[in-house]
Design a protein around this ligand. Structure first.
Ligand SMILES: CC(C)(COP(=O)(O)OP(=O)(O)OC[C@H]1O[C@@H](n2cnc3c(N)ncnc32)[C@H](O)[C@@H]1OP(=O)(O)O)[C@@H](O)C(=O)NCCC(=O)NCCS
Length: 329
């Protein structure tokens, strides 16, 4: 059975028949995905919702991709958006609704067709967000040289009791100096082996100023952790909770349904491994339950040995995987 691959781009954003076909594929993909990840937004099970999402994606002038047609039927598609800005550099992003196919070989054909113009234009860092449960997509991209960079996770919110020996409270303005210190801990940790991330590391002064400027923004709830018996009630860790919509990563089909978000957590290096991270994560899970959310989401670098072990222990199940390939050599 021969599969025909055709290139597509922004000119196709007005092609109603094409959009209908792609929308059907995405809706089918999402229906299958929600069997294993029922906390994801059910909206994308509807072809009409997918059509609108894909129409908007395709109208971007930096978008190009490919569709696969077999015996007159559209059986797969892939759409990438090229960019240059920091922190990703010359890159291509295939976002959470950007690819659908039920077989790995079609994924490989689609990418092969679309990637030539990206690499010709110098866009050598390629990223794709795929449903964690889709063997065809994960396997297809794995055999195209992609590896696991980042994980999105979700779980149900639940009321939680405090852990013995650890007090979690809302942050006060007087905590700003230690909150600034904790802000640096994530990029410091992720700048080192084996993450080697190029995330921005603010100076202590910059981090303090940012906290001063943003203090009182009630979209964000900041928790701090104190070990009972610590001198002067020293704060050893912090976590930030907010509605998931405020995250730029969890968009389109990757949006969990009515979800809280564990957007940040850090524990000072000397205090790690004493369940403070668990206590902070559970505070956000509890906050999500009290706020009436149906789910709570977070995400982590697969190469961050601390967060990639902590968040699954707290019950976060992978929903989407961000796979990455750097072309060259
Ligand atoms: C991630 C972080 C917040 C976790 O905080 P922590 O206080 O060190 O973690 P905890 O001691 O609470 O451990 C959390 C859970 O992970 C488990 N865990 C930790 N290391 C583990 C390992 N090597 N193998 C298996 N499980 C491990 C712990 O056993 C614990 O589960 P349990 O309570 O069921 O026993 C902290 O390590 C940190 O600040 N890291 C740097 C910044 C960062 O990565 N932030 C997260 C951004 S996504």
């Amino acid at each position: 059975m021969s599969t025909k691959i055709r290139l597509i781009g922004p000119d196709d954003a007005q092609d109603g028949e094409l959009l209908d076909a792609l929308a059907r594929l995405l809706a089918t993909r999402h229906q299958a995905h929600r069997v294993t990840a029922p906390l994801l937004d059910p909206g994308y099970e509807e072809a009409a919702v997918c059509r609108e999402h894909l129409g908007a994606q395709l109208s971007d002038e930096n978008v190009s991709g490919a569709v696969a047609v077999r015996e007159g039927r559209t059986v797969g598609y892939l759409i990438g958006r090229t960019g240059d800005g920091p922190p990703w550099g010359p890159s291509v992003w295939m976002e959470s609704g950007a690819v659908a196919s039920q077989d790995a070989e079609t994924v490989r054909d689609l990418y092969a067709a679309a990637a030539q113009s990206w690499v010709d234009a110098g866009k050598v860092a390629h990223y794709v967000l795929v449903p964690a449960s889709s063997a065809a997509l994960v396997d297809g991209f794995f055999r195209l040289g992609f590896g696991l960079q980042h994980v999105h996770g979700v779980r149900e919110p639940a009321r939680r009791e405090a852990l013995p020996g650890i007090t979690i409270r809302r942050a006060d303005r007087a905590d700003i100096p230690v909150l600034a210190e904790l802000d640096r801990e994530l990029p410091l940790h992720q700048g080192r082996s084996p993450v080697f991330s190029a995330g921005h590391l603010p100076t202590l002064d910059e981090a303090r100023e940012e906290w001063e400027e943003d203090w009182g923004d009630d979209r964000f709830t900041t928790f701090v952790a104190v070990l009972d018996g610590e001198p002067d009630g020293a704060v050893l860790g912090s976590a930030i909770a907010c509605p998931l919509e405020l995250s730029s990563l969890h968009r389109g089909p990757a949006l969990a349904d009515h979800s809280g978000f564990l957007g940040f957590a850090a524990v000072l290096p000397a205090a790690r491994g004493r369940r403070i991270g668990r206590a902070l994560g559970e505070a956000v899970i509890d906050w999500s339950a009290r706020s009436g959310y149906r789910s709570v989401a977070t995400d982590w670098r697969a190469t961050n040995l601390l967060s990639s072990r902590t968040w699954p222990r707290l019950g976060f199940e992978p929903t989407f995987l961000r796979l990455h390939r750097l072309v060259g050599h």
